[in-house]
Design a protein around this ligand. Structure first.
Ligand SMILES: C[S@@+](CC[C@H](N)C(=O)[O-])C[C@H]1O[C@@H](n2cnc3c(N)ncnc32)[C@H](O)[C@@H]1O
Length: 271
């Protein structure tokens, strides 16, 4: 049965609404979504045509950030919050290509991600992966459970890619980040991506309003200054807070950086 408009929001005949993890999977070209996700994903794309590029640029950022963290920063432990559905180059695969003893804890609160979590539990024998069904707004629970897999007395890279935008209250989002980072030692890192209405993303406002009426969880964009505040007191790794498409990106043959997308990305180190 196909999706349709019921009441004042979009749902399918089972009352199912679109979920971010599945729509993100749709934009990335995956197969783990329902027709309702496709319908909402297509409407958002019609309102904000570069959303697919944002999703792909975000995943490319993930690969470059994890490579940086594993190769240049020597990090061997990763806490990936708001993991999303398994796709190509999940965090442990990128990290374990560099260091087969890398350990990764994945965290998401979407039931579909939980169903597919087995595909994330494919660690090398030397390393480890685990999956935690938890809400990012409960950092104490996340830290308690992560300690079963990670040594929290040693540096950890906290990955928060496309997740704080689902914590609409900025003070709450800051407090989540602070609680996580305060619990970790010097040499730990934060890798973050976040949508913005800057960087040419003005057209995203209407699409986000549509999303918030028709899909879940509710999303918010933030300004450069708001996103920079998540890194306060930490050392931003070069090139700092930039469009995630350009963070340590390879230049094209004519020496240009890739086209910007309206999603900031940065990596910072705890001094
Ligand atoms: C945009 S996707 C990003 C996935 C992946 N990090 C990436 O960059 O490709 C956001 C993910 O965050 C998850 N998420 C949203 N709100 C959450 C919350 N409060 N707690 C845990 N996960 C959440 C969604 O289920 C979804 O899988």
């Amino acid at each position: 049965m196909g999706p349709g408009v019921r009441g004042d929001s979009v749902s399918d005949n089972s009352g199912r609404t679109a979920h971010n993890a599945r729509v993100w999977n749709y934009w990335l070209g995956g197969k783990d979504h329902y027709p309702i996700d496709e319908q909402v994903g297509n409407t958002v794309t019609s309102m904000y045509p570069s959303i697919g590029e944002v999703a792909r640029a975000d995943r490319d950022f993930l690969r470059r950030a994890v490579e940086y963290l594993a190769v240049e920063a020597g990090v061997r432990q990763f806490l990936d919050i708001g993991t999303g559905l398994p796709t190509a180059d999940n965090t442990h695969q990128v990290a374990q290509r560099v260091a087969d003893d890398a350990r990764v804890v994945y965290v998401d609160n979407d039931p579909t991600v939980l169903t597919h979590a087995r595909a994330l539990l494919t660690s090398s024998p030397e390393g480890a992966t685990s999956y935690l069904d938890a809400d990012a707004r409960d950092p104490e629970k996340i830290l308690r459970a992560a300690a079963d897999t990670l040594d929290l007395d040693r540096p950890v890279a906290v990955m928060m890619l496309g997740i704080l935008n689902f914590v609409p209250d900025t003070a709450t989002a800051r407090s989540v980040v602070r609680t996580l980072l305060d619990a970790l030692p010097s040499g730990s890192h934060l890798a973050l991506t976040h949508p913005t209405l800057e960087l040419g993303g003005e057209g995203n406002a209407e699409a986000m309003a549509f999303w918030n009426k028709n899909a879940t969880p509710p999303i918010t964009a933030r300004s450069r200054d708001e996103i920079a505040s998540f890194f306060a007191g930490w050392e931003l790794v070069e090139p700092g807070l930039v469009s995630c498409a350009r963070w340590r990106a390879t230049t094209t043959t004519d020496g240009r950086l890739p086209q910007e997308v309206a999603q900031f990305g940065a990596v910072a180190r705890k001094p």
